[in-house]
Design a protein around this ligand. Sequence first.
Ligand code: HPA
Ligand code: ZN
Length: 349
Amino acid sequence: MHTVPAVDAAHLPQLLKAMPKAELHMHIEGSLEPELIFALAQRNGVKLPYAGVEDLRRAYAFTDLQSFLDIYYAGASVLLYEQDFYDMGRAYLTRAAQDNVVHAEIFFDPQTHTQRGVGMETVINGLYRACRDAEIEQGISSALILSFLRHLSEEDAFATLEAALPLRDRFIGVGLDSSEVGNPPEKFARVFARCRELGLHLVAHAGEEGPPAYIWGALDVLHSERIDHGVQAARDEALMQRLVRDGVPLTVCPLSNLKLCVVSDLAQHNLPQLLEAGLKVTVNSDDPAYFGGYVNENYLQLFAATGMNSQQAWQLAVNSFDASFVTPQQRAHWMRQLEAVFARYAALA
Ligand code: HPA
Ligand code: ZN
């Protein structure tokens, strides 16, 4: 492994913020801040079951994944027009750029919208235009990943794929999210096989609340290239060895795990152990508007709680680029930026 010049612990928070990074696990609907939810509700004449921004924020006291998903889907109900999807995308990318995210691979949940009568092209075109304009105006690179809702049927996922295929050039892959337990990867074996034939990138949420068996299923049945969350892998030594052997990235979301009670305390988070075991771990925000922070806040709170160091920060940033679906040239370009930032902070001593 590349050894990096050590950065003094006193400068670690600044380093974590300044280092260029990729974000590979975030749901764009989970970036809707309460203020934007209410602004869109007013613009579109949508009635919400909350009195206002503060009332909505008070409801963000989650006990598990499902208690979050119920509110997350309610929040997304204000999205009706292409401009709404555009505004949501631009707001996230503007915020991510402030965290020195240079590349984002963004999940979107089309079924949450098409079920309400919103057109597939409305969703994809709004988000795609946001990505393109953010690249031009802010220099941040991004790509879209269409995520199937696993609480719905495989047939529904097939219909969603069919509806999205005319816009195939506007998303790079597919994912699998929503209620995990009781909806194993095997339920989506055929639709993922079809996506594989189509040359789409494949990722899946697995081992957030669900057992290691769901991670095995995501790998062996779905051929998932990355595992979203995957923190339950630590319960299965053979699985850990498999993930190391194949260099399968885990897109871990520390504040999400804390807010959804996957861990009771950030100091107890197993990310340092997963990294130490040689897994290609990355840090991500999942649903930043709901879980108390964008990606830098995830790095800062995790490092403060666990005592991780600058060498580990380097590895996480490198992993974020290694695990991304970009060209080797693009990766090399960001690696040079990363080296320059570390050299600058190491020189401060
Ligand atoms: N898990 C599953 N589904 C989701 C999540 C998550 O963390 N966030 C948004 N949809
Ligand atoms: Zn997620």
